[in-house]
Design a protein around this ligand. Structure first.
Ligand SMILES: Nc1ncnc2c1ncn2[C@@H]1O[C@H](COP(=O)(O)OP(=O)(O)OP(=O)(O)O)[C@@H](O)[C@H]1O
Ligand SMILES: O=P(O)(O)OC[C@H]1O[C@H](OP(=O)(O)OP(=O)(O)O)[C@H](O)[C@@H]1O
Length: 275
């Protein structure tokens, strides 16, 4: 039996589920609930950071919801709009149920762990941002986007550089790549939390001499601190870039199709719409 691996996600947002059974309509989302099959692969063994998929005899279907962060409340609201109330006995309890769907377990997890657990087979469905799917799913063919537009959590991934100094007249990735400053001895230094997608995008765009550093947050500080020349990070309103004297020179946004894998593609003319 094919694994279900699904989830909800964002971009303009997220979603899930597959196969048969009852269908509930809400907002613009149609959710199909399946209790008929679950992942053929499962429990997780982590070896040197890699996930090993092993068969499981689990019979319940598990859905992962964000335990905290931007998508947590909206995800619960979405389900509520679909008359699906998540029943959690204690606020810090990580397992819950949706009484209307027997045999479904709700597990609250950090978004990146939802994707890891989908890949490992420890979850069957989930709701996360598309950026999280791409970054932590890393092209895993078993991850299927069931619904790609739940209409919350909208954001894009951007390459940003300082507005000042040697970057003052640089307004595109091409111009950045052509700067004579970057050499094997003095590469372009990019700070990003997207250690999979960041290097992938830079390589795809012909940037040759690049090194990457990472941090858990507040990446927009890196250029002014002298730690990096550029950043690759999520942008929503653009306020954080603006307030840290940075400009977007490249944007990527998701192009997901329900039933397919996640894809990100360049948004043309980013500089014209810079903050
Ligand atoms: N301005 C934004 N910055 C970051 N994420 C955003 C933004 N707007 C929407 N999102 C979406 O919200 C998702 C959840 O982000 P959030 O920072 O709440 O949780 P997280 O992934 O656990 O992050 P962290 O590990 O940094 O705490 C992101 O993956 C992204 O899809
Ligand atoms: O375009 P904006 O609306 O300003 O949003 C973008 C900022 O929001 C996120 O950071 P977050 O608030 O999660 O803080 P962090 O950097 O500490 O993770 C993201 O990493 C950007 O820094």
């Amino acid at each position: 039996m094919t694994a279900i691996q699904t989830f909800f996600l964002q971009g303009s947002v997220s979603t899930l589920l597959s196969s048969q059974s009852s269908v509930t309509s809400c907002r613009k989302v149609s959710l199909k609930f399946t209790v008929s099959c679950c992942s053929a692969t499962s429990p997780l063994a982590v070896v040197n950071g890699n996930v090993e998929k092993r068969p499981s005899d689990r019979t319940e279907v598990r859905i992962g919801l964000p335990s905290k962060g931007r998508m947590a409340a909206d995800s619960l609201d979405l389900l509520k709009d679909c008359q699906l109330s998540v029943r959690q006995v204690y606020p810090r309890q990580y397992v819950a149920e949706i009484p209307q769907i027997p045999n479904l377990e709700v597990w609250f997890q950090r978004p990146k762990d939802i994707v890891r657990k989908l890949v490992a087979g420890d979850l069957d469905l989930g709701i996360v941002g598309l950026d999280t799917v791409c970054e932590y799913g890393q092209g895993d063919g078993d991850l299927i986007i069931v619904h790609d537009a739940l209409e919350y959590g909208d954001c894009r991934l951007s390459l940003a550089i300082p507005k000042y100094g040697i970057f003052e007249n640089v307004n595109s990735m091409k111009e950045l790549a052509e700067m004579p400053q970057w050499t094997p001895e003095r590469p372009l230094r990019v700070a990003t939390g997207f250690t999979y997608m960041g290097p992938k995008f830079m390589k795809e765009n012909g940037l040759k001499h690049v090194t990457f550093s990472t941090a858990d947050g507040a990446l927009e500080a890196a250029p002014a601190m002298g730690i990096a020349d550029a950043i690759v990070d999520l942008v929503s309103s653009g306020t954080t870039l603006r307030e840290n004297n940075l400009k977007e020179i490249e944007r990527w946004s998701h192009r997901a199709k329900s039933g397919g894998p996640c894809r990100w593609q360049k948004v043309p003319n980013a500089a014209k719409r810079c903050t």
